[in-house]
Design a protein around this ligand. Sequence first.
Ligand code: ADP
Ligand code: MG
Length: 341
Amino acid sequence: MANLGEFEFIAQLLQGPAAQGQPFYRHPLALGIGDDAALIPPLGPQEQLAVASDMLIEGRHYFADCDPRSLGHKVLAVNLSDLAAMGARPLAFTLSAGLREIRRPWIESFLDGMLSLARESQCPLIGGDTTAVGEQAPEVFSVTALGVVQAGTALRRDGLRPGDDLWVSGHLGDAAFALAQKINDPKLNCPQPRLALGLGLVGLASAAIDISDGLQSELMHLLNGAQNRAAQPQRLQANLNWQKLPLGPLVKQAIQAGRLMPPQAAGIAITGGDEYELLFGASPRERIHLQALGEQLSLALTRIGSVDSSDRPVVCWRDASGQPPPEILQDMIARGGFRHF
Ligand code: ADP
Ligand code: MG
């Protein structure tokens, strides 16, 4: 099977996304792939544009021999997850690719994975760039996703208040466990951005973030956000029970089979990355509404702790009886989640 040239590739893109019949393309002032720039129709007077960019590099964020369909899905999913964490509705996205060569079956599977998710999420591909990298260079994919949010209602990282509950969607640990064990798992290969949840949380949550680098590190981002915000900055302490974390089926199975001890499993859930679940804060007044939202979306929403005023931003893990975690878990937390540098 022959490689594609750049223009053949773009011609192929034109057929795919333009044929999606998205509302975007029906707007008289919208223009997608094919011109020097895409045109985005005007937003409503009370709307803000949310912009998220994320890049995946071969050998660093994915293996060269990975399934191209999953990779295409994932590079869009991680960006949509950022929009979800802002409470934004997807509008459109661009794809920039640095490729050694445009191998036909590979790139078709990649696009198939990416554009299936795009269709499901009503988020059309409207442009991008395609460039050759050196023969020895890693390939790279960069997506910029655009979303819309009602002005002033976005779920920011800096909104936590003392007394807020802390919640997490779905279950944790399976993506990191699958990666470490080299197991194929849907959480790792095919993360589902929590877009409907993000939209549902607008007006309910005080702050939100998606879990890409690990729960512990995202908790710190929320605490630092509250400490650094312009209006009424607050030092907060997060108090959480490690035994209450919602663990994924893969991790639970490993506990049952005696391959993981519960504190180790919690350690994976606390430090493991690639979850793409939402971590959010909300006033205890919203508990009933959040429970109803979870039921409506058929998505587990688990209250994992709360935040209180403190003299410094710190994450404090305990068990049900108020005891600090066993040493093995403390060590895992101290070693921390994924660091990019
Ligand atoms: P220019 O030379 O003006 O940058 P290009 O030849 O790079 O134009 O791109 C032509 C059209 O194809 C543009 O509309 C661009 O947005 C689109 N395009 C190029 N590469 C991609 C890609 N990887 N994904 C989506 N659209 C792309
Ligand atoms: Mg270009």
